[in-house]
Design a protein around this ligand. Structure first.
Ligand code: NAD
Length: 594
């Protein structure tokens, strides 16, 4: 018979503990919460009051319900008060010694049948289990932040956990409206093992000033649809907690991607722990507030001194593929005159045809007036002559992703385009500086990396080489804003911001699958319900294409030489076997209908 849980305990009422208490109380359970001292207990209570207050404001809870909920919670400073609990979740800071002490102490006061859980993000649950007299009844119950919102609960079994304990905790998590995923005891489990390499990499990019904190975060929000950028997420998690998680993961994996970037230590020493202290990567209105206030790092909206914007009204697009047609549409919609150059008349016409189709769809959906469609189309002209680029103010090159082809194109554009014209490439993986070096005007060459489909995706990475003029970068940023897109500025490195952060994470997911730690379904579910990502890694890989993903991962590996970036052999094998993802009907999953 499955156990029933009516009275539960929580140790530690911090960021996670308070959220977990709220989840339990909302589900009608009696909760005994234990903190170190009265002041910490009161802080925890205040946390709960504020959170239920917000729920009332949003109309999700009535005052009476909130009072009842809070009435089910007892806050204590003595572990012996946990005696009646049928299940206890420990949520104190990420220290093995401190946690082990709590487990030993709780073990001594609760009934024999009581299940002890740790909310640890990375420490060994087995180590905690063996410090008690009931190793078979110790599991990980890993909630995600904020616990009342995120659905995932990783239920961690050790080699000695009793099977019925696992199934009861799984059913319990289910009864709380959560999505439980049962896994083995490895540092970082599923979600953090995949998330923290990415977060650490973002912290490294920030510390190296590769891009600003705002641009790193905007990159992942607008380029991948993530609910938060990595640095804002680190502030929410807490830099001290993140540091400990990375340390533990590194100790187990010896993967340099997990070695905490020195910036963590520096910020922790200075007390910049994130939202909880009012300052982390960003500055907040007050401790525990989510409202960011401007500080010394906030970018100024003013142009830097000595920089004057160039005039851009006529734009050229070279190429007629998917990206080129999308870019033509975006510019023409924003009011620019666009000339699109194809290698043949039929290609140029085809590209304009693609734009027309897309605009017709918008008209059919009632999103665009017919007259506006006609005006947009009226601004586009097709040509086969590269010479027609002579009078444009900005050219966006979107031809095949081959260095020789692009270099030849930039050499030709350099001969044709008027002085002062900006030459942009939309390459996603080649060095922009190679295009610049093919011209006599490297200062005018820049990357303008659109995402697919260009008319939909909001992000544009504005990539300056070591030689790009400041006024060229500033002009492209302004033009991007006029396109109603979000520009982020970065340097000329493999993967720019988004691909450099995204693909190593996808590659790690493949390595995790290859190691048989979890199934593709569980990994996808964990990332969607634990981190609120719009797609799981395997869903996304199949959409992007495994060949494209492998090529990007290879280019990252060959530039950074980080062993952690080495492409997963399974990815390579799937590509060799022709399982390229959705476009081939098979990838990590099968898409063909029988
Ligand atoms: P936190 O620093 O916000 O809170 C820890 C709380 O534990 C504090 O209120 C502290 O006073 C209390 N505490 C310390 N020692 C105690 C003791 N001996 N007895 C009772 N209470 C004690 O930390 P957090 O971010 O809530 O992390 C708690 C655990 O949850 C860690 O294991 C962490 O890895 C894990 N976790 C964190 C997140 C996150 O996003 N922050 C997500 C999932 C899991």
């Amino acid at each position: 018979m499955a156990r029933e849980f009516r009275t539960v305990g929580v140790v530690g009422l911090g960021t996670m503990g308070a959220g977990i208490v709220e989840v339990f109380a909302r589900n009608g359970l009696e909760v005994i919460a234990v903190e170190v001292d009265t002041a910490a207990g009161e802080r925890g209570r205040a946390h709960l009051d504020a959170s239920t207050g917000r729920a009332i404001e949003r109309g999700k809870l009535t005052r009476e319900q909130a009072d009842e909920l809070l009435g089910r919670i007892t806050v204590s400073t003595s572990l012996s008060d946990l005696a009646p609990a049928q299940l206890v979740v420990e949520a104190i800071p990420e220290s093995l010694e401190a946690k082990a002490e709590i487990f030993a102490a709780v073990d001594a006061v609760v009934a024999e049948e009581t299940i002890l859980c740790s909310n640890t993000s990375s420490l060994s649950v087995t180590e905690l289990a063996v410090r008690t007299k009931r190793p078979g009844k110790v599991v990980g119950m890993h909630f995600f932040n904020p616990a009342p919102v995120q659905k995932l609960v990783e239920v961690v079994r050790t080699v000695v956990t009793e099977p019925d304990v696992i199934s009861d905790v799984e059913a319990f998590a289910d009864s709380l409206g959560k999505v439980p995923v049962v896994i083995g005891d490895r540092a970082g489990f599923i979600a953090n093992a995949l998330l923290f390499g990415y977060l650490n990499h973002a912290a490294k990019m920030y510390a190296e000033r590769y891009a600003s904190r705002e641009d790193l975060d905007a990159g992942m929000r607008y380029g991948c649809g993530y609910p938060m950028g990595p640095l804002a997420l680190l502030d929410l998690i807490g830099l001290d907690t993140a540091y400990e998680i990375l340390e533990t993961m590194y100790r187990e994996s010896r993967n340099l991607m997990h070695a905490p970037n020195p910036v963590f230590k520096q910020m922790i020493t200075a007390g910049l722990l994130g939202r909880k202290t009012g300052r982390g990567f960003y500055t907040y209105e007050a401790p525990h507030s989510s409202s960011v206030v401007p500080d010394g790092e906030t970018p100024s909206p003013e142009l830097p001194e000595g920089v004057t914007l160039r005039d851009v009204s006529r734009v050229g697009v070279v190429g007629t593929g998917t990206m080129a047609s999308g870019i033509v549409e975006v510019f023409a919609k924003a009011g620019y005159d666009v000339v699109v150059r194809g290698r043949s008349e039929s290609k140029a016409d085809g590209s304009i045809g693609t734009v027309r189709k897309s605009l017709d769809k918008a008209v059919a959906r009632g999103k665009l007036e017919e007259a506006d469609r006609d005006a947009v189309l009226g601004r586009i002209t097709g040509t086969t002559r590269l010479e027609d680029m002579a009078d444009v103010d900005l050219v966006v090159e979107a031809v095949a992703e081959e260095l020789d082809v692009k270099r030849a194109m930039f050499g030709a554009l350099d001969e044709i385009c008027k002085p002062g014209a900006i030459l942009a490439t939309t390459t996603s993986s080649l060095p922009v500086v190679e295009c610049a070096a093919a011209t006599q005007r490297p200062g005018d060459v820049i990357g303008m990396h659109f995402f697919n489909p260009a008319p939909v995706m909001k992000l544009v990475e504005v990539v300056s080489t070591i030689g790009t003029s400041r006024d060229v970068a500033a002009t492209v940023v302004e033009v991007t804003k006029k396109l109603k897109k979000v520009p982020v500025r970065c340097g000329d490195r493999a993967g720019f911001i988004v691909n450099a952060l995204l693909f190593p994470y996808l590659n790690d997911a493949v390595k995790m699958l290859e190691a048989h730690y979890a199934t593709a379904d569980d990994i996808d579910a964990a990332m969607k319900t634990g981190c609120a990502l719009p797609m799981g890694p395997f869903e996304l890989l199949d959409v992007v294409g495994l060949d494209v993903s492998l090529a990007i991962q290879r280019s990252l590996y060959s530039e950074f030489r980080q062993s952690g970036f080495s492409p997963a052999p399974l990815l390579d094998h799937l590509v060799t076997a022709g399982r390229l993802g959705r476009k081939a009907g098979h990838g990590f999953r099968d898409y063909t209908r029988s």
